[in-house]
Design a protein around this ligand. Sequence first.
Ligand SMILES: Cc1cc2nc3c(=O)[nH]c(=O)nc-3n(C[C@H](O)[C@H](O)[C@H](O)COP(=O)(O)OP(=O)(O)OC[C@H]3O[C@@H](n4cnc5c(N)ncnc54)[C@H](O)[C@@H]3O)c2cc1C
Length: 320
Amino acid sequence: MSILVFLEHHGTELQKGSLGVLGKAVQLGAGDVSVAILGSGVEGLAAKAAEHGAATVYVADDPRLEAPLPQPRVDVLAQLVADKGVETMLFAQSILSADIAAALAARLDAGLNWQLVDLEARDGTIVGKQSALGDSVLVDVGWRSTPRLALFRAGAFDPAPSAAAGAVEQLEVKLEEHSLAAEMLEQAHEESSGPSIEDADIIVAGGRGLGAPEGFGLVEELAKALGGAVAATRAVVDAGWYPYSAQVGQTGKSVAPGLYVACGISGAIQHKVGMQSSKTIVAINKDPNAPIFEFADLGVVGDLHQIVPKLTELVRARKS
Ligand SMILES: Cc1cc2nc3c(=O)[nH]c(=O)nc-3n(C[C@H](O)[C@H](O)[C@H](O)COP(=O)(O)OP(=O)(O)OC[C@H]3O[C@@H](n4cnc5c(N)ncnc54)[C@H](O)[C@@H]3O)c2cc1C
């Protein structure tokens, strides 16, 4: 059973999500797990992939792959899947990976299951697990043909170091003319002092209950004291109180930290689907009937403007 994992990188870092998916592929015991790293000046990343269990590392190193655009990557991956007879290709959720996986499915006329939370080998084939009905049930999903394409939810698996040969094979980069039509005009890197919400083990999230954009100051202070990242609901992102990059939920990011502290968040289903895999959920809300209390592990009923500063003080005192 041959499995190929698309390893996404930002600069010189392989992304935690794709290393987690690689770990899952290795754990399936497929034996033949390879990875694809595509970009410009990326050869140095091959060794890291080997440390996480990649038997073969396919590297496409070309200046035309510098910008994180999907179409040139689809050309390279479609060729690779065909040449090597890849049966299963796995991606970790990101905007770039979702674009590539969808375009690759169209190019190869292949089935793509996405938002998967797990994968298992069963009766000589592979079965995906997808959450459905607002995450209230897990359903088995399959593929009618190969190659099977799968896109996993953010945070589905933690990376698991495991040494492997990591034999490097350079790929010849042949691109279609139409794939070069899109051009990256500008790329901005967000300045952030703490961890990103995808990587953070602790997240403090704010909703409309903060009352005003300035309310995020309370959330930021608590996140800083805990060493965590700040997230937001769509209601406050739409209102311009916080950037979209922090939005958690159906139309934002999916996160699965160890601790998620929700401040002034009602717990709408569209928010819940992005954070309910968190290990411990703490909710602070003045309404005892807020839906978030139905799935929080710990609920505090009260005014967040009084509770959050006290909590921050307590955390700081405990740390010092
Ligand atoms: C197609 C679609 C996609 C969506 N995608 C997303 C998504 O990705 N992410 C997302 O978050 N939402 C999403 N939404 C919106 C979602 O339905 C909710 O509207 C949104 O999550 C509500 O945000 P909120 O909890 O901040 O606000 P509200 O629902 O207004 O809740 C505010 C909460 O704060 C509490 N509160 C008020 N004052 C205080 C106080 N002083 N102290 C303590 N508590 C207080 C209130 O009791 C209330 O429960 C989507 C909606 C649609 C239709």
